[in-house]
Design a protein around this ligand. Sequence first.
Ligand SMILES: Nc1nc2c(c(=O)[nH]1)N[C@H]1C(S)=C(S)[C@@H](COP(=O)(O)OP(=O)(O)OC[C@H]3O[C@@H](n4cnc5c(=O)[nH]c(N)nc54)[C@H](O)[C@@H]3O)O[C@H]1N2
Ligand SMILES: Nc1nc2c(c(=O)[nH]1)N[C@H]1C(S)=C(S)[C@@H](COP(=O)(O)OP(=O)(O)OC[C@H]3O[C@@H](n4cnc5c(=O)[nH]c(N)nc54)[C@H](O)[C@@H]3O)O[C@H]1N2
Ligand code: SF4
Ligand SMILES: [Mo]
Length: 867
Amino acid sequence: MANPTQPVQNSMKPGKWLNSSCKMCIHSCNTRIHITDDGVVNKVEGNPTSPSNNGRLCPKGNAAILRHYDPARFRTPLRRTNPDKGPGVDPKWEAIGWDEALDIVGRELKRTMDEDRRKLLPAINNFQKLFLWAWPAALGNANYFSSVGNFCGGGYHPMNGFVHSSFAAANDVNYCNYWINNGGGDGFSSHLHTAAQANHVAKARVERNMRVVVVEPRLSIGAAKANEWVPIRPATDRQFALGLCHVLVNEKLYDAKFLTKDTNAPYLVGADGYFVRNADGKIYVWDAVDARAKLWDDPGVKEFALEGSYDVDGKACQPAFQKFKDILRECTPEQMEAVTTVPAATTRRIAREFAKAAQIGSFIEIEGRLLPLRPAAYNYYRGAQGHKYSAMANQAFKLVNFLVGAIDTPGGHVGATLDDQMQEIRGGVGQIVPGENGMMKTAPHQLHPEVPFSYPPNETHLMGYFPIGVDPGHLTQHTLANPEKFGLDYQPDTMLLCHSNPLWNISGSREKWYEMMRAMRFIVAIDILPNESNEWADIILPAHDLMESWNMTMIEPPHHEGMCLRQPATPPLYDTKSEEEIFYEISERLGVLETWNHILNFVNGFHQKPELLLEPGRKYTDREIAERKGLLWNGKDLDWYVEHGHAVTPRRPEKWYRPWDGMRLHFYIEDILSARDTLRAKMEAADVPIRHEWEWGDYQPLPTPVLDPVHQEPSGFDLYAITFKDIQINFGESIGNPWINDIVFKDPVHTAVLLNAATARGKGLDDGDVVRIESPYGSIVARVALSEGVHPDAVCVSNALSRVATQNTGVRHGGGNFNELLPANLKHTDACSGQPETVAKVRLTKLAAMPREVAAGNSAFRQGRGH
Ligand SMILES: Nc1nc2c(c(=O)[nH]1)N[C@H]1C(S)=C(S)[C@@H](COP(=O)(O)OP(=O)(O)OC[C@H]3O[C@@H](n4cnc5c(=O)[nH]c(N)nc54)[C@H](O)[C@@H]3O)O[C@H]1N2
Ligand SMILES: Nc1nc2c(c(=O)[nH]1)N[C@H]1C(S)=C(S)[C@@H](COP(=O)(O)OP(=O)(O)OC[C@H]3O[C@@H](n4cnc5c(=O)[nH]c(N)nc54)[C@H](O)[C@@H]3O)O[C@H]1N2
Ligand code: SF4
Ligand SMILES: [Mo]
């Protein structure tokens, strides 16, 4: 590149470039936007000054232009005139003015607040404006009607909070030489800043020959590019990881020094699962040399025992490490092979290669600090952890890293924050805080503080019963089906949607969701485009899009930090407002302006610099809030950000590597047991009827190989349906964009469901055949495509096929929503983390032809009666 500060391509027409950041997925790659002299956006490129995405974008980045100019965009506030509501039913919108629209919304929400504030179901999901998620708190409402954060990270976020005190985690691309990707597209097709990370991962492979091993039921983009693809039966990843742990422990391929000095692995655990403490609450360890118990911080401990069985103060106990070793007895690679189908020899080989690549005992000096170097790490995400026993699954993956000492260390698996400004409000530098008995304080609540327990439950999704997890929005279907059983003493009748498509994103029967929607007295949606959910709205409040609004954010940048500016590229094309302005207007009408500013100050961390505090009675613009966030980050005003575009720098090593130095990490998570027991005591005291069927076994301090219940569905359901994201698509929502549509539907991966060729032939199916895919919970229809790149047990459904018809005529629908196949009940929800099962057992039935209503997207299908 001749001049690294200039964009790499030109756009032919004269005009100007301005700095901004992308918003075509949840992340925030830095961009430059070209605007012609006549004010038309005609190019979006990566900003070459950003060390994060280095001038790169994924295919969605430039397609932002067609989002801006999408003819389907909402152009003015709209009022529904058709009282009939249903999927595909024309709302018969009538354009109205802002004052009228906001007054209606204010009046209707006020009525709900006056009647019972719990009757509101909010779904606010803009990841780049996380502070908006907190708005219902201003009304004293903790309901949540969405699966955002939960479908993907129900167990993931709390476990990162337990282990790293962070929201996410990533393998350290700076030093890693052996990269395992299990059920995640990191570095290839999805998750953390893919456009940026793909570049860094590719470089690590070219420059250091980093080996990539992808464990997936499907030959994903990552698997296709990897050194090795390990096909695995869906929903068995925990068992694979435990098989690796078995080898690492029994062949002594572990980092004993890390485990004894930096974790609670040597702490003694009693028969009740709790650590053994003295009268002052101090935890015991066993000194192997003196053969007696000592306190964990006794300077006279000569050798911390990791193994053995002891007796302390009359209590039988074992080091936490021994507890895990005992579990692993049932996890030989051969035993796990029966579950995962991964050959035992492969598991053994990978475990040995991984341990060797980890270079246990090696060090590296970075900025004058001597750090353990562990260039091997196990990364995973949605596909691997989105299962019933999610907390256990997450911990099993973390333990692979724990065993070789690859946690928060160069080359290892490192905690990544969601938005540092918001995280620092929890206190302490980079929110790492010392806890009890030498351990780091855990931070399982990464999105909001714990929701107080109540009976009758104040939340339809029972969030008060999830002291650890992420809002299980899907459970609303379960509780509303049986309100007496759950003691629900109110019926939600009002909904506020903002940047959210719950009728697409949540598991469970569409028909049951439709019933709930029909029962709503009033629905307001703040959105830019029609989707499955907002076509049920009574009022649409149209928002500015990413080219018309201000923002300042950093969402889970894995290797970088610093605010990214978004600024308007054009004036608003239509009569729209920013989300900030809309929430201010509603807050004012509800009389909660002061509370809202107070919450905004808190969640944005403005109290850290009192001059940035929002005044109680004022309304602020998106620009003013963005400016404050920039000032809080580095003291620079908006002019500076407009000129530079971002404040992105490589993550500071002291924050990135072992920020908890001197504290012990949680190899064994006792907090999970105390959360269980506190909840149980509260349920007992309140006489909660469902306490007897609550899945108390889901709370484990260490993972076990117990099978997820998805494997126990009736035997006729012989295959496993999975869903996946891809680099071109953001969920299913960007397929209404013509450029994205064009590249997506030229790719056979996205035009049919993928089936292993031998499996298909065994069922008499051929390429292009139409099948009904049926689970115990629902069904969809699709064409099949045969491939060698699919595990014999898997049926792979792209998100591109998961849309159902909406008012957005640009969206092609598949044969139904994948989530229709998934259960929305307690049995398939991790009681510990709220994670729903995201894999379904299915059976296939060949159909003579594509049902006409599916092919045509006609009104029968649109009524949801089509399948
Ligand atoms: N391009 C793109 N990037 C995105 C997003 C997007 O929609 N598109 N969304 C963002 C969001 S909110 C999230 S949560 C992340 C999600 O990021 P990822 O977790 O990377 O996304 P998924 O594709 O949902 O799941 C990853 C992989 O799991 C596989 N899989 C499914 N079931 C199983 C299973 O049982 N076991 C195993 N081993 N694999 C399985 C799928 O084939 C898929 O390749 O990405 C973020 N970034
Ligand atoms: N089948 C299936 N289900 C899934 C997943 C999957 O991979 N497959 N992924 C799960 C995951 S990981 C997540 S996080 C959720 C995501 O769930 P969704 O709710 O679908 O999230 P998005 O697609 O980000 O946003 C929803 C809507 O936001 C609107 N929108 C876009 N830009 C703007 C804007 O600038 N302003 C406003 N106000 N609105 C805007 C669009 O109309 C879009 O339909 O889905 C979960 N559900
Ligand atoms: S990865 Fe996300 S933020 Fe980055 S260019 Fe692609 S869509 Fe935009
Ligand atoms: Mo997600």
